[in-house]
Design a protein around this ligand. Structure first.
Ligand SMILES: [Zn+2]
Length: 355
């Protein structure tokens, strides 16, 4: 009986110690804070209210022999749609360039702690890359850095019907957001009270003042905070349990605040790595003179419209070229010629993820 108890205790302990955490994005260094002047200037620059369109590409790993694929296309598309729904109110939308399977057993079981750099060669240029691994031990997801141009998710987080928010959460880190409960290694937790000496919301926590202070104290299945903690000024925490950048209960998370939106827009506009991943609203191709594409892979992606052979110049795609067109609408005018050879491909798609 004692032995059985010991065995049970060992099993319980093993289970707890191998627990999967939501993500491991602890902010390091100094917080990146935009000054009021920078924010005002960005508001002028971005006066047109068109959505920011982020180009994304999904690489799903499988074992060397093609088995144990990290996730199905159907589950990936369901989670992309969840993310689209979370970002749409904040004027951010997405174009999914593609989903590809890469057979690599090592990457399919990705131990982020010491294999982080192994995903780098698999980034598809011009996209914010989403990697899906059958196993990502200890993690639902990670964004590797804040901000960043790639993130990883476990197959379990993609397959789960209950977990609607890990993809959107990691995307939030990529677009510059910290956790609402960020403490800067304990040196700078945010206070609940925003007055007198307690006021620190613009430099502590997630450095945003419209997200309430959060101590990551726990959230029940009805989205109620159950932590009962108090801050350094002895005021009780009352975090926004539905915020995308807390941990809380995953089905509860669905909302970004206005300050979080402005911060993501600021990163998409000013960050040298992220701004090239934002699609134009309208594209014309070719721009100058008749043009033939015969090899390589190219993406012509826009938010609103892609016009092909609109003017006097005509586009031809042939040979082994792989050419992808995608926008809300794609217009192919007379003069456009597609004649792909073996290995070539032309794809014309309407993007469903931008209003
Ligand atoms: Zn996180």
């Amino acid at each position: 009986m004692k032995k059985l108890l010991l065995l049970l205790l060992t099993l319980v302990y093993t289970h707890v110690s191998a627990q999967t955490i939501e993500c491991d994005m602890h902010a390091t260094g100094k917080p990146i804070i935009f000054s009021q002047k920078q924010k005002d200037s960005l508001k002028l620059t971005n006066a047109i209210n068109a959505p920011y369109t982020v180009k994304i590409f999904v690489t799903v790993f499988a074992d060397d022999n093609g088995t144990n694929r990290g996730a199905t296309d159907a589950d990936i598309l369901r989670q992309v749609q969840n993310m689209v729904n979370q970002y749409q109110p904040q004027n951010i939308c997405f174009i999914l360039g593609g989903i590809r399977q890469v057979n690599n057993s090592d990457l399919n079981d990705h131990v982020k702690a010491d294999e982080a750099a192994e995903v780098l060669p698999y980034r598809v240029s011009g996209f914010l890359n989403i990697f899906i691994h059958r196993s990502l031990p200890g993690l639902n997801g990670t964004a590797y850095g804040i901000p960043n141009t790639y993130l990883s998710l476990s197959g379990g987080a993609i397959a789960s019907l209950d977990n609607t928010s890990t993809l959107g959460h990691e995307m939030g880190h990529c677009l510059g957001l910290y956790h609402t409960f960020e403490t800067w290694q304990g040196t700078n937790p945010e206070n609940v009270d925003r007055s007198g000496n307690c006021l620190n919301c613009s430099t502590a926590g997630d450095v945003l003042c419209d997200t309430p202070a959060d101590d990551d104290g726990g959230v029940d299945i009805n989205c109620n905070y159950i932590g009962g903690g108090t801050d350094a000024c002895n005021v009780s925490y009352a975090p926004m349990t539905i915020n995308m950048m807390g941990y809380g209960h995953r089905p509860c998370r669905s909302v970004f605040t206005t300050d979080q939106r402005d911060r993501m827009h600021a990163f998409l506009t000013t960050d040298n790595s992220l701004s090239p991943l934002v699609a134009h609203d309208i594209l014309y191709t070719p721009v100058f003179g008749n043009y033939t594409v015969s090899s390589g892979t190219s993406y012509t992606l826009a938010r609103e419209m892609v016009y092909v052979s609109e003017g006097n110049a005509n586009l031809t795609v042939n040979g082994t070229a792989q050419q992808f067109f995608q926008a809300k609408k794609v217009s192919l005018k007379s003069g456009t010629k597609f004649s792909p050879a073996a290995g070539g491909k032309v794809s014309v798609k309407s993007n469903p993820y931008c209003n």
